[in-house]
Design a protein around this ligand. Structure first.
Ligand code: ADP
Length: 188
């Protein structure tokens, strides 16, 4: 972990006893010691490039085996955009991986609600597992080409009202430009 910005201390909210603390880190998602790491998966759940590839490489074959089981069961048609589902984290330092499918960026269609769904549904799955700490990558900002500034605004707004039980929500940004986009978005 090279950089860390703690953006909001634990605050008391009107609807929840305690609101989660939001952290920004410039680093590698697969090295995070948290209960849940969120994977920017694709709908096949069977692996891909980017952060998905890194998670399967470092987490080992147990994660792919769990994904294949999901495909053989409830998720025969794959995971729809915006939805989230959990598996083991295999050999990663985390306990679970929550897989979610971000929307592909479109200049002509507003898919922001789907990107917000990824974050909210991942938080809900994590809370159902009893997780207290969760780390997200910048979903959709890689192969799916979502501009980082916009993705950062949507992601931060979507996690502002987290389910009870989640105490830390960490965004792990892989490059300086994405980290800066998230940092700017927290100041808006
Ligand atoms: P998507 O298909 O949702 O765009 P990608 O994996 O291509 O997913 O990219 C999402 C973001 O994750 C990008 O900003 C990319 O730079 C970043 N990324 C890639 N590898 C890692 C990693 N090991 N840790 C954290 N972020 C990563």
């Amino acid at each position: 972990m090279r950089w860390r910005g703690v953006l909001a201390g634990v605050r008391r909210g009107r609807h929840h006893a305690v609101m989660a603390r939001i952290e920004l880190v410039l680093g590698d998602l697969t090295e995070q010691h948290v209960d849940v790491v969120v994977n920017a998966a694709n709908s096949s759940l069977l692996g891909g490039g980017g952060v998905d590839g890194a998670i399967h490489r470092k987490g080992g074959p147990e994660i792919l085996a769990a994904c294949r089981e999901l495909r053989a069961g409830h998720y025969g048609g794959g995971l729809k955009t915006g939805q989230a589902v959990a598996t083991t984290a295999g050999r990663l330092p985390a306990e679970w991986v929550v897989h979610t499918v971000g929307p592909v960026w479109s200049a002509t269609e507003d898919r922001s609600a789907l990107l917000a769904d990824c974050h909210r549904n991942s938080l809900r799955v994590a809370a159902d597992l009893g997780a207290g700490t969760i780390a997200f990558p910048a979903i959709s900002t890689g192969v799916y080409r979502w501009p980082a500034t916009s993705a950062a605004r949507i992601a931060l707004a979507a996690v502002a009202d987290a389910p009870a039980g989640l105490t830390t929500i960490r965004f792990v940004l892989f490059d300086r430009a994405t980290y800066d986009a998230f940092r700017v978005a927290t100041g808006e």
